[in-house]
Design a protein around this ligand. Structure first.
Ligand SMILES: NC(=O)c1ccc[n+]([C@@H]2O[C@H](COP(=O)([O-])OP(=O)(O)OC[C@H]3O[C@@H](n4cnc5c(N)ncnc54)[C@H](O)[C@@H]3O)[C@@H](O)[C@H]2O)c1
Ligand SMILES: [Zn+2]
Ligand SMILES: [Zn+2]
Length: 345
């Protein structure tokens, strides 16, 4: 089969590799029918995720049709159309059993495109298939469902639920990439009174408006003053960090009111200053985390019921064998305006 292979920092190739087969009895092999690329795949290509070894097939987001299953797999069968989750939890360890599969201690966690071959290929071996795939109802398209592999559960769990959005509250989302936009969309499920989106890129701020931000602001403007003005001088109840650099984390920590929360979603590659000298007296809560994907079944029901919109994330469509072009388009998002690029066959 063809697959997008990581060949070391800044080197990738769409090349022939052996077809995956069932190895463990809990595996499934899925024929990929839709895939999308994540900012994290670009981090890997930049060499920021050293545990990814050269030769690894990239990708952790996909939808497909089950080709074969191991003897222990009971909830899906060949021919089923399934969502492949970015997290493959064993389902049995203490973390998985309490909804924290991102921290799986039974050999699972973030495996695909990281520690095992991923989804940017014609076929993918999915470990712990009973626990890490979801059968798709007919009314949900491949292109919509693939937004549930990673971005929607990540934004919802690590941003909105960790951040405890409540009706009427003031929420600031810093970073309006796919994750920030998904945070805006899923924060609205709790009817906040105000959503402010902050980004450096104009097209991203326009997208934030479409996804439901009330106010958008360029990061070069005086964001602190604007948020103070909009909240009667108090600051935000919640600031969601969806970038992953020190400036944006520190901005979030400044923007919250006494008793407020910072929910960090961004993947940080270096240390960040925590201004505890200012925060200690303000009853601040800071949360961080890797997505667990415990919310995926609920988000899938919302999508099937038409209560969640996923089509708006996809800005570019490619055939699966145009993978190299899709990577190029996604990597140059500042010029191309790409949010999510969707590959189908
Ligand atoms: N915690 C998790 O489980 C998890 C899962 C997936 C992704 N992530 C991380 O979430 C973050 C966002 O992901 P994404 O796919 O939306 O990334 P992205 O790169 O597409 O979006 C980031 C956005 O931040 C904006 N930005 C950059 N610098 C800024 C600044 N100084 N001020 C304001 N905005 C700025 C960019 O213009 C861009 O629109 C990344 O760090 C990603 O690695 C975390
Ligand atoms: Zn991802
Ligand atoms: Zn586990």
């Amino acid at each position: 089969m063809k697959a997008m292979v990581f060949r070391g920092p800044n080197r990738r190739s769409w090349e022939d590799v052996p077809d995956p087969v069932v190895v463990a009895p809990t595996d499934a092999v899925v024929r990929v029918t839709a895939a999308t690329i994540c900012g994290t795949d670009l981090h890997i290509l930049n060499g920021d995720v050293p545990e990814v070894e050269p030769g690894r097939v990239l990708g952790h987001e996909a939808v497909g049709v089950v080709e074969s299953v191991g003897a222990a797999v009971t909830s899906i069968k060949p021919g089923d159309r399934v969502l492949v989750s970015c997290i493959s939890g064993c389902g049995r360890c203490e973390y998985c059993r309490t909804g924290a599969s991102g921290q799986c201690r039974g050999g699972g966690g973030w495996l695909l495109g990281h520690l095992v071959d991923g989804t940017h290929a014609e076929y993918v071996r999915v470990p712990f298939a009973d626990f890490s795939t979801h059968r798709l109802p007919d009314e949900v398209t491949d292109g919509d469902a693939v937004m549930l592999s990673d971005i929607l559960p990540t934004a919802y769990e690590v941003g909105v639920l960790n951040g405890r959005v409540r009706p009427g509250q003031a929420v600031v989302v810093v970073g309006a990439g796919p994750i920030g936009l998904a945070a805006i969309e899923t924060a609205r499920l709790f009817s906040p009174g105000l959503i402010v989106a902050v980004d450096l890129a104009k097209p991203r701020l326009e997208a934030a408006k479409r996804f439901g931000a009330d106010v958008t602001v360029h990061a070069d403007e005086d964001v602190d003053d604007l948020v103070a003005d909009l909240t009667g001088g108090l600051g935000a109840d919640l600031a969601i960090e969806a970038v992953g650099v020190p400036e944006t984390f520190e901005l979030c920590a400044r923007l919250i009111r006494p008793g407020g929360r910072v929910a960090n979603v961004g993947v940080h590659g270096g240390p960040v200053t925590l201004h505890l000298e200012r925060l200690w007296i303000r009853n601040a809560t800071i949360t961080t985390g890797l997505v667990d994907t415990y919310s995926t079944p609920m988000l899938l029901r919302m999508l099937a019921a038409g209560r969640l919109e996923a089509t708006g994330f996809a800005t570019h469509h490619f055939a699966l064998d145009e993978m190299a072009l899709a990577y190029d388009t996604f990597a140059r998002s500042a010029e191309t305006g790409a949010l999510k690029v969707v590959l189908t066959r």
